[in-house]
Design a protein around this ligand. Structure first.
Ligand code: BGC
Length: 728
């Protein structure tokens, strides 16, 4: 294994457990297994987080479920328990091989009679998504009386649980099975596991509270290594009719295949993924590692096992953000899949098409027409966002927030994703009647939002929240209006094509709709760059933004009374100032940079960057991308690294008010990819052709990567200012 594909943490610090759980996550799109130690119980946040299956318990938030944890294990030596953090280790390291998605740990304990070492490994199989492969190895330098206890822990970590009830435990021929049902919809969930030792031993079963465990005993010979393989499977009522029987059957078969064979198939699948997606960066190893590590996370959470599902904002790292899908997918992650794995991009967009019903209902609920997509989308397009999404740190009371009802740019992200999918893949089959309807209904939503003053010639959109969530219920947010215009224009394009292709839904009067949408797109108000004065060239983020107090970020930070205080909302320290949470105008200009001269792009970058808190991990990537567009890759570089390192470095935001928001950051990973490939690599489409106009920062001498465009894979080579794009 190449050492550069390993991220390692040496030594043990209990307080790092939550962030290492994210950093060393392994996953396969069906499940995400947090990178926590085997002996950890719910308080240290272990999780086998399942994609696309949600539950609501009592008055808590509806969130994805964590399966009973089959990674649970610990050691007993000479009758004493050896596990972290209870028993200090002589040495400890853990990490992840992010080329092949393998978590590992290596711990040595000093006992009264000598030293004993435990190695473990685990992977969530990329080739069979129901399977988890694990291996434990022990070696002592004395005749140790060892007992390995390993099994399934059904006391799972939940933010708003418990979600599993009517729990049953079964044992048959050394197969352990835990079976339960979700609280709200009675969906069965089954986890089974089986172990195999490479030494003669008797394997017994024991139940300790909510844990069902094997006990495997051995007396070690000094210096000799003993290995135990464990295979676990997870099935739910969403996968098959009888998850219990399926789990029983599968675990027997997989255990029979053996760890090495399962691992080999898993590794082969990862190699196949890297063949199309690995990014080689010459001259800057840390950038290369950070980018590929970001791609590792995106691969690990891609829902390849279905034909219609999307990726939650915190991936499969837990229940944070309710396991919900945000604009993050279309605006930040989609490009990676379009360019390296278009089949997955299709699955992501199909999810939006298949959840149109939820979006139509949401629009109707608020008195609008068309499709208003969920801000926090769960299955069926159900909006999991609460009207009170932040808890006030001072009163402990829920705060009214308007993300759900006012972050209206979400529907435009959906239309943008679908159109971008068609542009990059040239696969117009996604625009069947349902696909057409999705884009058109998004446009109808914006059409129904338009306001017109009798004395003004243009249309406006009032009472929204833009990407900068700290300023709520504002009028004419430039980003929202520009995206609405994009959606209206796209719908016209789609309607015209649908008429030609025979995919026009019967209920549409295409001519009338086109006329309305064209008129709306033409007359929709867009704030313009200031004509003169000290803000010449700068675009006002929304009506009245420039009249807000122009306090510095430090001043505003200095006004905080509590470290977890929410910056936005009615009393937020940022709300009445020009300090913004994340790239807003800069996101707009990045998407439509060709409509402005470089000077305007630069003026806006310069104005807004010092006023941006970067309180969302989505922010830095947009600044990086726009810096590339103004010809400043070196200024882009630190923002690019910040995005690429979002899950490598501790220190990201973990709280919004009193709500825990920690987890992985796939949108930042996607933004890092976009900056590397499109920003530095300068990959773009011109007149229907893939072209490469590199603009490398000083530290990067060259790049090599592959990109799919129009169903064809290309190999891109960049060396300094020279580049080539060849069909592969
Ligand atoms: C950001 C949103 C983002 C969400 C999920 C929030 O903090 O402001 O733009 O969609 O997190 O990542």
């Amino acid at each position: 294994m190449m050492p550069e594909w390993v991220i390692l943490e040496e030594g043990y610090a209990e307080e790092n457990a939550p962030s290492l759980g994210n950093r060393f996550l392994v996953g396969n799109g069906y499940m995400g297994v947090r990178g926590t130690l085997e002996e950890y119980e719910a308080d240290k946040l272990p999780a086998v987080n399942l994609a696309g299956i949600y539950d609501k318990a009592g008055d808590g938030w509806r969130e994805p479920i964590n399966a009973p944890n089959p990674c649970y294990a610990y050691l007993k030596v000479d009758g004493e328990i050896y596990r972290l953090p209870d028993r200090e280790a002589k040495s400890h390291k853990m990490g992840v091989d992010y080329r092949h998605g393998i978590f590992f740990r290596e711990t040595v304990w000093h006992t009264q009679r000598g030293n004993i070492k435990l190695w473990t490994e685990r992977f969530a199989s990329m080739s069979d998504v129901h399977v988890l492969g694990m291996r434990y190895r022990v070696c002592a330098d004395f005749h140790a009386d060892v007992e390995l206890l390993t099994g399934i822990d059904s006391a799972v970590w939940d933010l708003n649980g418990p979600h599993l009830e009517r729990l049953a435990m079964k044992e048959r021929d050394n197969t352990l099975l835990v079976y339960a049902y979700t609280h709200e919809e009675d969906i069965p969930v089954a986890v089974a596991e089986k172990v195999k030792a490479d030494f003669p031993t008797q394997i017994r079963t024991t139940v300790k509270g909510e844990k069902m465990l094997h006990r495997i005993n051995l007396i070690t010979k000094p210096g000799e290594e003993y290995s135990i393989e464990k295979t676990a499977v997870v099935y739910t009522g969403k996968d098959c009719k009888n998850p219990e029987a399926e789990a029983q059957r599968a675990v027997e078969a997989k255990c029979e295949e053996g760890y090495d064979a399962l691992l080999a198939a898993h590794v082969e699948r990862w190699e196949e993924l890297w063949k199309h997606s690995e990014v080689t960066i010459l001259g800057d190893e840390s950038a290369m590692r950070a980018v590929n590590y970001s791609l590792y996370h995106l691969h690990s959470i891609a829902p390849r096992h279905t034909d219609s599902l999307s990726i939650p904002a915190r991936g499969l790292s837990g229940q944070t953000y309710k396991g919900a899908v945000f604009w993050d997918t279309e605006m930040f992650m989609l490009d990676f899949f379009l360019m390296t794995d278009p089949a997955t991009a299709r699955i992501l967009m199909k999810y939006r098409i298949d959840t149109l019903e939820g979006a139509l209902k949401k629009a109707a609920h608020y008195g609008f027409e068309g499709a208003f997509y969920a801000w926090e989308s769960q299955e069926g397009g159900f909006d999991a966002c609460s009207d009170y999404n932040v808890t006030d740190v001072f009163t402990g009371r829920p705060m009214r927030t308007f993300f759900k009802d006012k972050q209206m740019h979400i529907s435009a992200a959906v239309a943008y994703g679908i159109l971008r999918y068609v542009e990059w893949t040239k696969d117009i089959t996604i625009l069947d009647e349902k696909g057409v309807r999705t884009v058109v209904e998004c446009a109808r939503f914006y059409y129904s939002l338009l306001l017109k003053h009798l004395n003004k010639p243009y249309y406006e959109i009032h009472d929204v929240i833009g990407p900068d969530e700290y300023h709520e219920r504002i009028n004419n947010n430039g980003y929202t209006n520009r995206m609405a215009k994009f959606t209206l224009e796209s719908a016209v394009e789609v309607l015209k094509k649908a008429k030609q292709n025979g995919t026009l839904p019967k209920e549409y009067d295409a001519e009338k709709l086109c006329e309305e949408f064209e008129d709306a797109a033409r007359k929709l108000y867009l704030p313009k760059p200031q004509q003169d004065g000290e803000k010449k060239g700068v675009i006002e983020q929304f009506d009245g933004y420039f009249t807000l107090e122009d306090a510095s970020l430090e001043q505003v930070r200095g006004r905080l009374l509590h470290e977890k205080e929410y910056w936005g909302g009615a009393y937020g320290v940022a709300s009445h100032t020009q300090i913004i949470k994340q790239a807003d105008v800069v996101t707009w200009l990045n998407l439509f940079s060709e409509e402005y001269d470089v000077e305007t792009l630069r003026e806006n970058w310069e104005y807004y960057e010092p006023r941006t808190e970067h309180g969302s991990s989505l922010s830095a990537g947009m600044y990086a991308m726009l810096a590339c567009k103004i010809g400043e890759p070196d200024r882009a570089y630190p923002f690019f690294l910040k995005s690429a390192m979002a899950d490598l470095q501790a220190g990201g935001k973990e709280w919004a008010g009193l709500i825990y928001i920690g987890g992985t950051h796939p949108a930042a990973a996607g933004a890092a990819y976009m900056t590397a490939i499109r920003g530095f690599g300068g990959i773009t489409i011109e007149n229907g052709k893939l072209v490469c106009r590199p603009s490398l920062p000083k530290s990067i001498q060259g790049m090599q990567f592959h990109v799919f465009y129009g169903g064809q894979e290309y190999e891109v080579n960049i060396e300094g200012n020279e580049s080539s794009v060849k069909a592969f």
